[in-house]
Design a protein around this ligand. Sequence first.
Ligand code: ZN
Length: 314
Amino acid sequence: MSRLMGLYAQHLSANAAPPAVDKATFARQVEQAGNVLADADMVVCGIGSGMSTACGYDHYGRSAAFDCPFAKFERAHGFSSLMDGFYHLYATNEERWGFLAAYIAYLQNAPVGRAYRQLAKLLDGKEYFVLTTNVDGQVRRAFPSESVWLFQGDFGFLQCCQPCCDELVSALPVARAMLDAMGDDGVAVPSDLLPRCPQCGWLRSPWVRDHGFLEGEAWRDGKRRYERFVSDALAGGRRVVFLELGVGGMTPSIIEIPFWEMTRTNPNAFYLRVNMGKASEPRQLEGRSLTVTGDIANVFDMLTNEQETKEQDA
Ligand SMILES: [Zn+2]
């Protein structure tokens, strides 16, 4: 791991200035990205929060979504983003679950974002796997479940908060019952609707990464499938693309650094990144890497247009 962190630290220090990319360079980068993807035999995708932000789902800032269904929670508690609402220290579990029920229902009812649908179409017909650190359910709903590993969990499920058992239950029916009972103006759920683990009686919690996160059979199954896919991809001498989308700086050890290392050590691999805030890759990947610096929404619109033009010409 120390060599990986060395690669990361060295790269960070070499890229202190924020990227500025002109239109022509951007267009050239997108075209090259389209060619790399078209030539790939297998694609390993790593998706971070920037992908959902590009689809209009901003959990960290104040978004339009926050104003409508969440305004009553802002009035009651003072926070102004969905993530602040999740991490807020509520006076009671009933108030905490009032917000969580609204958040879970919002996530589950939100349409699958445009960039996710475009990516699914671009990858259609290829062998691919998607690893994500997002917990908003977009990846789970955009791609087949056997091709996804939800590394940090997903708000679509609840676990025992200890956890005492390896059990995940669907979160939406629980949230719906709470919202019905709470009504339009309420911010707290009735005590008898607090979700409890039938095994130990403790509260259940959303299945998302925290100190008690359940890395149970569902999580381990995702890990096994991901590792098998990557090892098959790298063993076969085929053209493998590690496609990194919207990955920020919070958890580089999950997607970014392993993708670099696997590209560095495999001559058939190519590292392709789309990110608004990053402009280059480590020197060790030169010739087999590309960063498209720009908004994922624009990039996928352009790639999709390109693909449609090629299909019409064929
Ligand atoms: Zn339990």
